[in-house]
Design a protein around this ligand. Structure first.
Ligand SMILES: [Zn+2]
Length: 546
């Protein structure tokens, strides 16, 4: 019988992320799985006449990355809309909106997102308004998500269609931003107030979603991502349907763990869906809830008011009593929950909820997967160790720390920020740490995330050599762990993926350099690296130009 490898990697600097494989330079792949690992000489006999030999030239070869917090369809769709990502002025934003409207003539809604008005000097700290948009697109609705997806910027046409006037009350959990003199809506809708417009938007077809995903997957492979945890916030289950369609046609070359939206908790319980159900491509993770809002929108639930907004201690997106009930019901039905918590009060309350549920009925079975907190952005010092004590997964996004640091300083101050984005402390206390991007809130770049986790500096080097809150800088291996093996452990799939070991699936990547020596010399240089090859299930799905 032919036992030759399909693909044989040699001369590689292998970061197996697996203690059982301490050192290897060669890796053989056969039938989608890792056949063997060892030194180049050890594996030479696996090279047959049809084996593809890849000389890695001393660069790093490691397991494919998992992005443990992504809004997969939202990200894929955003790539097809007006992209205000990284736009540096109001003028430029309006130019892009106008250009997109010209390119797509008709009466259809102009949709887009990614804006961050704090970067726009021509607004001088103010929020953008409907009038700004009216000047470029007066005749059809314009709806633009903020970068953090918690605020919506719309034009007057959209406000009129939604019937939002000075008389419209704020919906529970939401804010219609108003002119302080006239009370008229300005064109910014926060949190649940966004639904006043969302519910009018003509639905996109399922085909549009499928196409967006098909076109999006190669962009993930280019970042070395072969698995994702999808934190689904869309109240429809279309996300799930679309992923199943891709899976059926063999196009889901990605391992997706799906969290269902909170609005579907009852349906999930009635159906008897449980965490861990699924196969090697698509599995159910659990149910996603929101405790509070965001730092950027000043809707994070805080123990003390924001320094720059002294009356404001944030918003409960889900009332804690109601959240407790939902988490209890989910947990008893075998569904793990993932709760979005940003502010120190939100994190504390969420941990109290998990603690109560654990103490009330310790005898009851727990879901097959662990509960998790999404973001864990600010912790009170008393709560740092509790994440681990309660057996919770800390799902964090390194890039948020460097993007938010000025905002955090302004609204929380240095002292209260000590345990902001405190991944090192959380992990050292013993919590299971997984890293993600929160795309489309940020770009799904794992190398950019690694850089942020290790340096706590922006790509321009700010705030200086030591980074922001240097005590929370991470070392390379634990940071890589949070992007590889840790997410697989959280999914219950570590037996067959997440690290490089014979028998595991061949989901792996090659980087443009030796990651360990680059990090050793200067971690800022991680930003100069890129992914040169991505293999999914033994198939090379991506190669860069080099
Ligand atoms: Zn998110």
């Amino acid at each position: 019988m032919n036992m030759h490898a399909d693909v044989l990697f040699v001369n590689a600097h292998i970061l197996s992320m697996d203690k059982r494989v301490p050192f290897a330079t060669a890796l053989a792949v056969r039938n989608g799985r890792i056949l063997a690992m060892g030194r180049d000489d050890d594996l030479a006999n696996l090279k047959g006449p049809h084996t593809q030999v890849i000389d890695v030239r001393g660069r790093s070869l490691l397991p494919g990355f998992t992005d443990s917090h992504i809004h997969l369809v939202a990200w894929a769709l955003q790539r097809q809309r007006v992209d205000l990502w990284g736009v540096r002025s109001l003028t430029e934003a309006l130019a892009r909106v106008q250009a997109h409207a010209k390119k797509t003539p008709g009466k259809e809604w102009v949709r887009g997102g990614g804006w961050d008005a704090s970067l726009w000097p021509d607004l001088d700290g103010q929020w953008p308004t409907a009038a700004h948009l009216d000047a470029v697109v007066p005749d059809r609705p314009v709806v633009l998500d903020s970068k953090d997806l918690h605020s919506l910027w719309v034009n007057s046409r959209a406000l009129r269609l939604a019937g939002i006037t000075a008389q419209t009350p704020d919906p529970p959990g939401g804010v219609i931003v108003r002119d302080p003199r006239t009370g008229e809506p300005t064109g910014i809708l926060k949190e649940t107030a966004r639904d006043l417009v969302f519910r009018l938007m003509p639905p996109e077809t399922e085909e549009t979603w499928v196409r967006a995903l098909r076109e999006g997957l190669p962009a993930l492979w280019a970042e070395g991502i072969t698995a994702v945890h999808v934190l689904n916030d869309t109240p429809t289950m279309r996300n799930f349907r679309v992923l199943q369609r891709l899976r059926e046609t063999g196009d889901l070359k990605l391992r997706a763990l799906l969290y269902l939206p909170a609005a579907r908790l009852d349906d999930a319980i009635r159906l008897g869906l449980r965490s861990g159900f699924g196969d090697d491509r698509l599995r159910i993770g659990g149910v996603k809830f929101f405790a509070d809002g965001t730092l950027g929108s000043r809707t994070a639930a805080m123990l003390a008011p924001f320094l720059d907004d002294e009356e404001n201690t944030g918003v409960w997106v889900t009332d804690p009593e109601e959240l407790y009930e939902s988490v209890r019901r989910a947990s008893e039905a075998g569904l793990a929950v993932a709760v979005h918590a940003i502010g120190d009060r939100a994190n504390r309350e969420v941990m109290n909820i998990f603690q109560h549920i654990g103490e009330e009925h310790p005898e009851r079975p727990r879901p097959a997967l662990p509960h998790r907190i999404e973001h864990v952005q600010l912790l009170h010092p008393d709560d740092v160790a509790r994440v681990a004590q309660l057996g919770l997964v800390a799902s964090m996004q390194p890039i948020h720390a460097t993007q938010d640091m000025e905002l955090a300083r302004a609204s929380w101050g240095e002292t209260r920020s000590r345990f902001a984005y405190a991944w090192r402390s959380v992990q050292r206390a013993g919590a299971r740490l997984v890293f993600g991007s929160d795309a489309p809130v940020e770009q799904p770049s794992v190398l950019a995330g690694l850089h942020a986790a290790l340096t706590r500096r922006r790509d321009d080097g700010t705030p200086g050599e030591d980074g922001w809150i240097p005590q929370e800088r991470m070392c390379l291996r634990p940071a890589l762990h949070a992007y590889t093996l840790a997410p697989a452990i959280v999914e219950g799939s570590a037996a067959w993926r997440g690290s490089l070991h014979p028998g595991k699936v061949a989901d792996l990547i090659v980087l443009s350099d030796n990651l360990v020596s680059v990090t050793w010399e200067d971690p800022m240089r991680i930003l100069d690296m890129h992914v040169v090859m991505t293999m999914f299930n033994g198939e090379i799905v991506y190669t860069s130009e080099e």
